[in-house]
Design a binder for this molecule. Sequence first.
Ligand code: SF4
Length: 467
Amino acid sequence: MNTKTTVISRQSLEEQFSYCDRIAALWAGAGRTPKAYVETYGCQQNEADSEKLRGFLAQCGYAMSTEAEGADVVIFNTCAIREHAEQRVFGNLGALTHTKRRHPEQKIFLCGCMAGEPSVQERIKKSYPHVNGVFSTHHLWQFPQLLWNVLQDNKRLFYTEDEPGSIAEGIPQVRDSGLKAWVSIMYGCNNFCTYCIVPYVRGRERSRKPEDILAECRSLIESGVKDITLLGQNVNSYGKDLDCGVDFADLLARIAQLPGDFLVRFMTSHPRDASEKLFDTMAAYPRIAKQLHLPFQSGSSRVLKAMNRHYDRETYLNKVAYAKKVMPDLVLTSDVIVGFPGETAEEFEETISLIQTVHYDSLFTFIFSPRPGTPAAKMEDTTPREEKNARFDRLCAVQNAISEEIHALYIGKTLRCLVDGQDKDMLTARTEGGRLVRFAGDASLIGSFQMLTITGATTWSLTGTLD
Ligand code: SF4
């Protein structure tokens, strides 16, 4: 794989905008507003990429649709992390034969992490002839050109060459919310955890320049955004490729000093690179949310080594202890994989004991899913599925009890929360740590920070009253 980062020039991007203009003119000539539907699978990085696709589509004259039926363009922005997610995409892609039969001019595209897998590209070529185009994450910035070519020739196109990782500044975005925003600060990953496909499909780490990120955050805050999440597969290694003397903690501190009433948070942190400097920075600035997603994946040092995680149980626990010391109200979440190849019953018990020691607010729990092309997919895996399911259920039960216990401790506290929506006759809000609070109030409060006193708690959410 070519590992050199390419910064997409303004001129190259202008060329893409000229394709947008041509597509818009095409539809203006047809005398109707075309519709586009973008379906997003997987992580926040994909959500952020879909906002860019919608930005391009809007510039091409498309109105967004909430369903594939009747849409002129359908894009599936996919995730390759688990086999189950891939099967769901193939199932939903198959179902599009019906929408296309009713609307033969419909153009269907597949992008995201799955599009970077050669096996997926082959399967689409052979078995999904109704799909018009496939483009990997490296080619997202060329989507207008791809769409134009497909509209012109109706030929199937695959923009999937193994390009060097790129950074394109200035792609328009149609954001899902005016209140919360994702900001990608870097792309790709260098870690090669043995179970993970991401480095193969998203390329090597490349960081955006600090000044570009600050300008984007400033403009978001000025437009009324109150909650910014900085995104990267491993935000803690931000800046290592730039050589500009700004690391992730420095970047966070600069954003936290921008004028305005907002919170900034981030994901995902790799424990190897999570430093005391980062935790001290989080503690020092009120605008940095005291929320940390720090995936541990396993409580066993042997399994962590087999996963190529570059930290052991003790190092992880020491980092968490430091973070909690400097941020006593820290909301801590994590990812864990159950049933990694070779995980013994004793090693699973180490995972349970780590969860009980750390006391996470919540966990994202997964049963190991072998991804073709990764080292872990070739490892011997003798644990029966039933045993993995039983471990998974036990782990969830342990975590649910902890989440319930932690939530109960919120009762009686008064917290500053961002009111972000409405659910039936209640308003919804988020605590600084991202916990969901339901309360009675006027819809005019949506978009503001309010002090809420917590009056009730379940495993998953809190209820409160306006202070
Ligand atoms: S840090 Fe590991 S799990 Fe996360 S994206 Fe990189 S390789 Fe995958």
